[in-house]
Design a protein around this ligand. Structure first.
Ligand code: WT7
Length: 659
């Protein structure tokens, strides 16, 4: 767990500062800096006031019950997330307001008003009930980015069935593991989805997964691409067939504030993904508050967060936050470069998007494609921009500011995680100045620090571990089925068990601004997606040829980090490599394909290096730090703890000569 020194130094050089524009401040949802002091003086009252944004069937008896590290927010409060995102808007003028603007990759488009959304969600919920789904049953969702993904999530919330959305880019095996861990009873999928003009074969993957998912007895299939897919009698049902004649309307389950709203799997430091559990009252309070404050959302805004609902950003800032706030949220199915590099800008122009939220990796791709693509579209509707997923390099920030925001739109760089559920560090655009590359300051009601490994605050300017000091409403409650792992991974790494350990390194500058330095654990961030090196390594050693493997994140211009792996082959196969009966390329392409099969295309290694030996400590631990030095072409760091320093030197030479 070490913070890279050169990153700190690069960031220290960044000194540009952008102040909020007066006109923006005048109209901002948060205009007054007193909010920080007020929230700090009494965080429970602050969050209770925010919870009043929601409609409750019954108010809470106690704001927070905190027995570290287990929290209960809004104790005994009763509410329903779907009611808050849909039904309650029908009693207002928003009934006829666009809730979801959907655009498919082929160019088809659909606009659902809140009334339309209510009709669709209630019918979907009634179909789920018809299929036997009851309060507390887990439902897996494996869908493309279509309106039905949001509808299915809300339908689950309506009937009190926690959903577990699995990103459509995950493989059959990854889907299978997530379904089994959650014990899902039903799977909602689609025939396929569109991506760069091709069909992502979701149903086919689902079928492969389901051969080993005993808990699933029914599959609900949404028709999207229309190609022929096998349907298993008595198990698979077309949604379009079941919905015919199904009642519109019907009740929402009255849920306890602490009832589980969803499980979302994310990579941890071991090979097994963690099922992050989020509950209802605190989560919805957190996402609705932060969506309102950070995105300065107004009723006339069209808001677009480009994340897939398979990630937490899609849960919190495509679906729950915006809809709880009665906003208009855009859902786009496909790739940003299809059919041309200006697809995103065409969408902004077509719907008059005002607030746009995307990832640094996407911005770096836009930079590469060239500013002529945004320049040929009218982006004058934009008034606020956001980023999330990884530290944004100052050049990308400036490009975004200039070529997308016309030097007029504030940029909010938002730091948070699957586990935090909501944005934790971000500028409030009306009152906080921004510095390219810094996520700025923690939100009101959020207490964050940078500490050393004993848990002591480090001095300003110094690097350390990013920790959260006080519970927050949208915090994860546990890891599904594994309280021990929850305690160990997040609360047990720093003495005292009262600091939440984020896994990130950070540094605070002399203005108290936070600079996130990236992960300090075995998690890597590839194009804003979180992967664990262990997960990739276990996928590799699962292959019969592989003896041992070490995966690392290697700096990459577009993706932030790329996956680089070092593999030792079993004797027999190593001989085949040496005597030339199989080429290096044959080995590596087979192994890459194997990782894709085990995890999904997002985990495809950029390069695989076959080697006779890996550098190990005397106790047999692979030294990934040295492998990173090799892959990134640096001088080798400290090699004194190695069992055999020659292994490492030799590996470096071979790697550099691509032998
Ligand atoms: C990790 C969480 C939460 C949304 C998407 C990712 C990195 C996220 C930032 C940012 C620097 C960031 C951190 C964090 N990260 N946002 N604005 N600046 N780093 O969610 O998959 O749970 O990953 O993403 O390393 O720990 P996630």
């Amino acid at each position: 767990m070490a913070v890279k020194k050169e990153t700190i130094e690069t960031l220290l050089e960044e000194s540009r500062i952008f102040h909020p524009d007066e006109q923006f401040t005048r109209q901002a949802n948060v205009k007054n800096r007193d909010i920080y002091a007020e929230a700090r003086a009494n965080p429970r009252i602050f969050w209770a006031m925010q919870a009043e944004r929601l409609d409750w069937y019954r108010k809470w008896d106690q704001v927070l019950d905190w027995e570290p590290p287990f929290a209960k927010w809004f104790v005994n409060g009763k509410l329903n997330a779907c009611y808050n995102c849909v039904d309650r808007h029908l009693n207002t003028w928003r009934k006829n307001k666009a809730a979801i603007i959907f655009e498919g990759e082929p160019g088809d488009s659909r606009i659902l008003t809140y009334w339309d959304l209510w009709r669709e969600v209630t019918q979907f919920a009634n179909v789920l009930r018809m299929l036997g789904v009851r309060k507390g049953d887990r439902v897996a969702i494996y869908l493309p980015m279509i309106a039905e993904a949001a509808i299915a999530m809300l339908a689950c919330a309506r009937i009190g069935a926690p959903h577990s959305v699995v990103f459509g880019g995950f493989s059959a095996e990854a889907l299978r593991d997530r379904i089994n861990d959650a014990g899902a009873k039903l799977l909602i999928t689609a025939d396929g989805g569109w991506r760069r003009g091709k069909i992502v074969p979701l149903k086919r993957n689902a079928d492969a997964a389901l051969t080993e998912c005993p808990s699933v007895d029914k599959v609900l299939v949404v028709k999207r691409t229309g190609q022929e897919v096998p349907m298993q009698d008595g198990r698979d049902y077309w949604y379009d067939n079941l919905v015919v004649g199904v009642t519109v309307g019907g009740p929402c389950e009255e849920m306890d504030s602490e009832d589980m709203l969803f499980i979302l799997y994310t990579s941890g430091t071991t090979g097994k993904p963690k099922g992050v559990v989020h509950t209802t009252g605190g989560y919805l309070t957190g996402v609705s508050t932060t969506h309102h404050m950070v995105f300065d959302i107004k009723d006339r805004d069209v808001y677009w967060c480009t994340a897939d609902v398979g990630w937490v950003t899609g849960h919190s800032y495509v679906v729950y936050g915006p809809l709880a706030n009665g906003a208009t949220t855009v859902i786009y199915e496909g790739a940003p470069d299809f059919p041309e590099f200006d697809r995103f800008w065409a969408i902004i122009e077509r719907y008059g998007v005002n607030v746009f939220y995307t990832a640094p990796t996407a911005i770096r791709a836009f930079m590469k494609w060239g500013e002529e693509w945004p320049a040929r579209r009218d982006l004058s509707s934009l008034r606020l921009l956001g980023t999330v997923g990884e530290p944004i390099n100052p050049e990308a920030w400036i490009w975004y500011h200039k070529h997308i925001g016309s030097e007029r739109c504030p940029i909010v760089d938002t730091w948070w995680q699957t586990e935090t559920g909501m944005i934790m560090i971000s500028a409030l655009p009306g009152i906080i100045s921004t510095k390219p590359g810094s996520a700025s300051v923690p939100l009101p009601g959020v207490e964050i620090d940078v500490v050393d490994k004993e848990g002591n605050s480090v001095m300003l300017g110094k690097g350390g571990f990013l920790v959260i000091k006080e519970p927050w409403p949208a915090m994860l409650r546990t890891i599904y089925g594994d309280n021990e792992r929850y305690v160990r991974e997040y609360w047990g790494k720093i003495p005292g068990h009262t600091l939440y350990f984020s896994g990130d390194g950070a540094r605070r500058d002399y203005h108290n601004y936070f600079w996130i330095l990236g992960r300090v654990d075995d998690v890597i961030n590839v194009a804003g997606h979180r992967l664990s090196t262990m997960e990739i390594e276990s996928a590799l050693v699962d292959h019969p040829w592989v003896a041992e493997s070490a995966a690392i994140g290697k700096a990459h211009d577009l993706k932030g980090q790329a996956i680089s792996v070092f593999v030792t082959l079993k004797g027999k196969y190593f001989k085949e490599l040496k005597d030339g009966s199989k080429t290096r390329a044959e080995f590596t392409s087979e192994l890459k394909a194997h990782v894709v099969k085990k995890i999904g295309a997002i985990a495809r290694p950029d390069d695989i290096f076959l080697t006779a030996e890996l550098p190990k400590t005397r106790s047999g631990k692979i030294m990934r730090r040295l492998l990173r030095d090799i892959a990134e072409g640096r001088a080798l760091g400290d090699t004194t703890t190695l069992a055999d320093p020659a292994v490492c030197r030799e590996l470096k030479e071979k790697y550099e000569s691509k032998e």
